[in-house]
Each structure stands twice: as C-alpha cells, then as structure tokens.
Design a protein around this ligand. Structure first.
Ligand SMILES: Cc1cc2nc3c(=O)[nH]c(=O)nc-3n(C[C@H](O)[C@H](O)[C@H](O)COP(=O)(O)OP(=O)(O)OC[C@H]3O[C@@H](n4cnc5c(N)ncnc54)[C@H](O)[C@@H]3O)c2cc1C
Length: 448
C-alpha cells in the first residue's frame, strides 16, 4: 500500500496541518519522480477579516519554527510577519521581570491567521497577509488543487476512502488526510464514524481577543515584548498580551474562561498598566473562544487514513503550528517512503506523535508547578528576584531560569528541555538563596 505515480490524496482542512502536509508530499514526490494529485478541501476564506477568515489562535511563531520553515524553502514574507518580539515581560500581582531573547537572532514572529481582526477591512489595501493563505497559496503553487468547500461525508468503498463535498456523489482517494483541527465537531465526527475507532483529542476552552490600540500606543505600552501574567484569578491558567502592529492580541487559557474571568483580568492593576490610558474595553472586540488541545487523539490512523495537526496531537499550550509542521513532515515521508497502511503509520508516523504526547505529560507536570508559585507568594518573589538577577549577569553566563521561561513562552524547546533548566541544580540553589531573608532588597539593588 504505497503512493505511486497517479496516486490521489484528499486533505480535509487547509490550516497549517493540511497545507504543510500537501507541501511536503509534493516536494518529496517531485524528488522521487512520483506524480501525485492532491485535493485540499478548505471552505474558509482567509482573505476575509474576522471569524470568516480566521483559524483562531494567538499567532506567535517561535524562532525555531521560522528557521525550520526557512530550511524547507518556506520563507515568511514581511507582509505575513506583523511584528517581531524580542522579550517577555512577566507580571505577577506585585512586580514584573523582563526576559530578553537569549540571543539577538532569537526573535519571535507574530502573524494573523486570517486577514486580520473584524473591522480592520477599512484599511484597504490591508498592510498584512494571512499566514494560512500564504501556506495555502504555496501548496497550490506546488501543484495542489484547492476545493473551496466543506466535506460533508466520508465513507469507504473497497477499502478506499471516499470524500463527499458540495453535494457531489463522492470522490475516491488512495490516501485521506484529516487536518480538520478541533473546532468543528461535525468534521471530527465524520472521522469518528469512519470505522477506525478514531477519537478526537481532549480539549479545553480558550479566549482570544484582538484589541485595537493603534500602532503608537502598542509601542508605548507593549513595545516589542509579549506580556505574560501570573495572576491569582480563579480558573485563569495563563494570560498574555502580544503586540501585533496596530493591535494587541489577548490570549487567556484556563478551564472555565467566561465573562467574569475576562472582566477580572482587565480589572487587575498589572493589566491596566499594559492598556492605553483612558482606553475602555470595546463592547464587542473581535474575539473568539476556540478549543485548545490538552490531550492526544486515540487511533489517529488506519489503512489509507491519517489525522494530522490538532486533530491528532499538539504540544500542550504552545507551538501548535510547530507540532503540525513536525507531523506533516513525517507523514509525507511515511506515505511516500514506506506506505499508507496502518502498520506504516504505526512504525514511522506515530513516533513523532508519541514524542509530543510524552513531552506533554511533562508539560502538565510543569504547569502543576505553576500552582506552587501562585500558592506561595514567597516562592513567587524569589522567582522574580532570580529572574531580575539573571538579567544583570554578564553575557554568556548561564541563566537557566530565564531560559526556561523563554522556552516555555516561545515554544522553542521541549518540556523535557525546560524541566532540565527549571530543575537545574544552579536554578534550585539560586532560588534557595533568593528565599533567604534580606536577599530581596539585595536583588532589588542589583536591578538598579
Ligand atoms: C487560544 C489559542 C492560541 C493559540 N496560539 C498559538 C500560537 O501562538 N502559536 C502556535 O503555534 N499555535 C497556537 N495555537 C494552536 C494552533 O492554532 C493550532 O495548533 C493550529 O492551528 C493547528 O493547525 P491545524 O491545521 O491542525 O488546524 P486548524 O488550524 O484548526 O485548521 C483546520 C482547518 O480545517 C478546516 N475544516 C474543518 N472541517 C472541515 C471540513 N469538513 N471540510 C473542509 N475543511 C474543514 C477548517 O476550516 C480549518 O481551516 C493556539 C490555539 C489556541 C486555541
């Protein structure tokens, strides 16, 4: 069961998981002199502002992913990169600490998944381009066919997957790739009902809002830094405000993000410092409450069917696009070099999903440690003091705590790597020193 000359592939979903799968399949097929016919089913119009064109995300791309994409010949143009970030500012209820990029080249890009927030359409032509549109166009350039419609049914005929869309009778394929994300229940159900015991990943709700500040106010209040908040607000696990041109993207993560949590967040004094003076929260900012993956899917492949991206697994709370990249690349290699039987996916594709899955288990543990910092103010203060101390150290001196935070927020490294930095004897020893009475004032002196 191998893809060969003339083989057909259906990709349901044209987000990063789907388009990167198409790009890698077509690139590898060309190298192997195999002619593939790839259809990407994607109804979303990425050229539209607001929800119509958006795949709901914080829009932060780690520098490691930018480099990996560049190595594949996928160079993000300036119109896609809205802003670059070179620092994180961590705010707690009492103090703030700045974590700069460990090296000058370690910058992060911010992007819009669609054509930008609702209401941005009055700026014509729009000064930026959708990230998802850019990838879709690249897949089309390489030979994929984009079908701008939603898939309404899936079935099998003589072992081959059949895709039904736009009231057509159905088209048979050699390989079906499910890249439907996790925000459309019906689409996930189509795969769950296909008879291979696929079960969608566990998810929780998030909140994303695009806040219009204006470019000057963004510079003044946020600069080129992402502002991360460790606040004692019930149900709120993580909060960040990211600069994006004229806008600031707010992302809240937690199990029950509702209006009350959002209101408590905006009312926090540390948050108010990051808002323009006199600025009032828009009654209806461009916002959404997408699902975010917190667990893996079950049985994400079968003969001639494979799930990729969020519909399979994603790195916990970060780097979802990077996870989709890794899976898409391995999927293409498996399908062309080994085959499209369940066994092939098990042997050659599953290891990349499994490594994400194991790393996420460690991620869950690290996020549990975050509770400790919330529970014990002394610990939190020691952490902030150590972050500030590390900032004053000479270039080249190891700063494991700052590095752990940088990697946590950017998604540049695995949770295993972060755990090693966080529980590094030097980090623990320095934290202990910061807990000593009188150390706080000393570290504040160091700051000045
Ligand atoms: C709040 C939040 C913040 C995030 N922030 C970041 C971040 O900063 N950086 C990062 O890397 N990741 C982030 N992510 C994760 C990231 O959004 C996902 O990991 C990524 O979008 C997964 O890509 P995908 O292609 O698998 O799915 P998606 O991007 O969801 O794409 C799925 C596509 O399938 C299409 N589709 C669905 N059903 C059908 C159908 N029946 N027929 C045809 N098409 C269909 C949809 O229209 C959609 O375009 C965030 C996620 C959330 C929820």
């Amino acid at each position: 069961m191998k893809l060969a000359n003339g083989s057909t592939v259906a990709i349901v979903g044209g987000g990063p998981g789907g388009t990167l799968s198409a790009i890698f399949l077509l690139d590898l097929a060309r190298q192997l002199h195999v002619q593939l016919s790839i259809d990407i089913y994607e109804p979303k119009r990425y050229g539209c502002t607001g929800p119509t064109g958006c795949n709901m995300c914080g829009g932060v791309i780690s520098e490691s992913l930018i480099q990996m994409l560049a190595a594949e010949g996928i160079l993000l143009p300036d119109t896609v990169v809205i802003d670059t970030i070179n620092a994180y500012i961590l705010h707690t209820d009492r103090e703030s600490a700045r974590i700069d990029a460990p090296r000058q080249e370690m910058r992060i890009a911010t992007i819009f998944r669609g054509a930008g927030p609702k209401g941005a359409e009055h700026q014509t032509p729009l000064p930026w381009q959708s990230f998802d549109q850019f990838l879709l166009e690249m897949a089309i350039e390489k030979g994929a066919c984009h079908l701008p419609c939603s898939v309404s049914a899936l079935r099998r005929e003589e072992g081959f997957p059949v895709v039904v869309a736009a009231n057509q009778p159905g088209k048979r394929y050699d390989l079906l790739i499910g890249a439907v994300g996790i925000n459309q229940r019906k689409s996930l159900q189509l795969f769950e009902n296909l008879g291979f015991n696929y079960q969608r990943p566990a998810t929780t709700r998030a909140y994303v809002a695009e806040l219009y500040y204006g470019a000057d106010q963004v510079q003044q209040h946020l600069g080129h830094a992402m502002h991360v908040f460790l606040l004692d607000i019930p149900y709120l696990k993580f909060a960040a405000i990211t600069p994006k041109g004229h806008y600031a993207t707010l992302v809240l993560l937690g199990d029950h993000i509702d209006h009350e949590v959002v209101a408590s967040f905006f009312a926090a004094p540390e948050v108010k410092k990051c808002l323009p003076q006199g600025w009032t929260i828009p009654v209806q900012p461009c916002h959404c409450q997408p699902n975010i993956v917190i667990g893996p899917a079950r049985n994400p492949f079968a003969d001639r069917v494979v799930m990729v991206g969020d519909a399979s697994v994603s790195r916990l709370y970060k780097d979802g696009i990077g996870s989709a990249y890794r899976m898409a690349k391995r999927l293409a290699f498996t399908a062309l070099a080994h085959g499209v039987a369940a066994n092939d996916f098990q042997k050659h594709y599953w290891p990349v999903c499994r490594s994400l899955l194991w790393d996420n288990r460690l991620g869950h543990l690290l996020f549990a440690c975050d509770h400790l910092f919330r529970l014990f103010p002394l610990l939190r203060r020691a952490m902030m003091a150590l972050l500030r101390r590390e900032k004053c150290l000479d270039e080249g001196v190891a700063c494991p705590l700052s590095s752990a935070f940088w990697n946590t927020f950017t998604g540049s490294a695995t949770y295993l790597h972060i755990a090693r930095e966080l529980f590094h004897p030097l980090t623990l020893w320095n934290m202990l020193r910061m807990l000593r009475p009188g150390k706080k004032s000393h570290s504040q002196k160091e700051l000045q």
